[in-house]
Every structure is written in C-alpha cells, then in structure tokens.
Write a protein that binds this ligand. Sequence first.
Ligand code: SAM
Ligand code: SF4
Length: 347
Amino acid sequence: MTVGDSMTADGAKALYDGFGRHINYLRLSLTDHCNLRCVYCMPLHVPAFVPQPDLLTEEEIELVAQAAVGVGFTKFRLTGGEPTLRPEVVSIVRRLAHIPGLGDLAMTTNGLLLPQLAKDLAAAGLRRVNIHLDTLHPERLPQIMRWGTLKRIWAGIEAAEAAGLVPIKLNAVVTRGFNDTDVVDLARLTLERDWHVRFIELMPLGNDQCGQLSRERFVSNVETCRRIMKALGPLTPLPNQNPSDESKNYRLPRARGVVGFISPVSEPYCGSCNRMRLTADGKFHLCLLNDDELDVKAAIRSGGGMAAVQAVLSRAVALKPTGHHLIQQVLVEGASTEQRHMFQIGG
Ligand code: SAM
Ligand code: SF4
C-alpha cells in the first residue's frame, strides 16, 4: 500500500494516508455562523466571522466535491457552524447529489430550520441528518445550547423524519453539571423509536472559555454508559459495526433504536480515521484536533481547476497526522487547537 493515489481491491480509485488509512469521507463546512451558542463550541461573542468573499462559493464547493469523488471519496457530510444558515444550502445539496460516483450525502445540524427546509433538502438529494440535542429538559436546554429551545429542535426532528431523512441520529455532547444526568432520558427515546441516540465526549478546542469548559466539565462515556445501564438495563453491542464509524453502537433490551458512544478521549479511534475536513473558508483541515491546514481556495482562485484541487487534497491526505493528544489535554492542560473552535471546523 502506498501513500496517495491507489486502488481498492475492486479496482476503484482510493487515497491512503501515510499510516495506511483509507481516506474516503469529506466533511464540508458551509459557514461559521450559527443560530445557537452551545457553551463548549462557540463563544457568545465571536470577534470575527469569515468575510463573505472568503467563503467558498457553491460552485467552488461543487468543484472540491467533484475533485474528491475523482480521487476516491464516496461519503460527504455538510456541517458548520450551522449549515442550514447558508442561503444556498438546498442548491448546494442538489449540486453535490448530482455528482456521479458520490455515494452518500448527509448533514449535521441543530435542526432549528428543518421545519422550513427538510422537504426541500430531501428532494434535492440529502439522504440523512444528524441532529444535535443535548437534553430533553426544556429548562436546561437553554443553559447548554443557549439560544435554542426544546420545542424548536423537536419540531426539526419531526420535520426530518416526515421528510424521510432517516434513520434519525441525535448527537448529545455530555457536559458535567449541565446534562450528565439527562443521558438516561435521551437513551430511553430508543425504546420506542428507531432512532440512534449518540453520546459524545467533550473535546477541548480553542484556547479560551470553550476549551477550558470542555476540560473542566469532561464526562467519560464509561460513566455515561454505566448510568444508562443502571437505569435501563444492559446494552448489547450490535454486530457488524463499520470499523470507521466513530460511534460504538448498542441496543437496550427490546429497544427499536440504537444507543451510540463517540469517545474520542477515553477510546480514541484515530487508527480507523477515514476523514478529511474542508472549512468554510476553503482550507483542508488535516485532523479535527490539530491546527494543520492546506489552502485549497488559493489553488482554485489562482486559476487551478480540478487537477489543482486534487493535488492539494492528495497532499492533505498524505500529511494527515497519526493521532491526537486529547487525554493529556483533558487531564493535564491545553487545547487541541489554538486557531479554530469547533464551530469553525464542523465537528
Ligand atoms: N451546528 C451543527 C450541530 O450542532 O450539529 C453542526 C456543527 S457542530 C460543530 C457539529 C457537532 O459538533 C455537534 O453536533 C456537536 O455534537 C459537536 N460538538 C461541538 N462542540 C463540541 C465539543 N467541544 N466537544 C465535542 N463535540 C462537540
Ligand atoms: Fe452551533 Fe452546532 Fe456549535 Fe452548537 S454545536 S454552537 S449548534 S455549531
């Protein structure tokens, strides 16, 4: 196996990084704006957003996706900030969904705008959504997601389900003192519904209050898992899990849905990482938990076409770091990124 261009066993194009990992999943951030301010992700006052001319246009996003498909990427996810705030979001979905060879197109969203958008997004070719919901307690939700309400997010979940953006996957970031005891009610949702409810360990990104809060209020998924089992019974691991799925999936007794644990700190999954990230301002961000980036927007705007984008992408894949230092950063001190917060990368 070599770094860079190569072939899979069935003869398809594929990119491998310097550690032999097959990289085929691209997360595309559409914006750094958000209509929420989750305490661990985004400061209340953001000193500067990406100026409009620095955002990749929808044509440029399409070009990057076409180039990525050309070198073997098959899975794509739109994220942000809040991707549904991008006025051209439906048109971007339509453009990407029409790229021959693009296998899967999903979105991670806080759901607030899905009542207006879910139908159009599904019609444009979006397959699924992951919706961010930290608690089912209406009074606690604004303490953690700040500008959101349970009623509005719930309406978004229902709209997504009605539009066929399924299976619905809910993401809850477990934060000590905010929602660590709410995990049981969230997991209980899977008894009646065929949803996936996934619990995410906090990661310290950004060298300020978000990074500090994420360190101070970290809750291991070992604790979350124990809390759920104590209240709801044993969690049985699901067979045939996809090795590059960051979520370890389980089922409660007689449940219709799935309980998942995403544990980048207590159980890092760097060895099976298959992803690359594109920021809204046109950088390939090599690893979520590190500041290294390569500028693809400059390559496009200096006249480079598909071949130039593919060259930057191949280089970015080849340079992907082997892993991160989250354990030390949570237990001792430090943030994984100095330059960017989570809302500026996309999770
Ligand atoms: N706004 C959308 C949302 O909230 O789903 C998409 C962007 S958001 C940055 C993507 C995901 O990052 C969220 O679903 C949330 O679960 C996760 N997230 C944000 N900050 C985090 C942190 N400090 N640690 C772990 N996960 C975080
Ligand atoms: Fe916005 Fe998503 Fe970050 Fe919350 S996690 S502030 S919804 S980008």
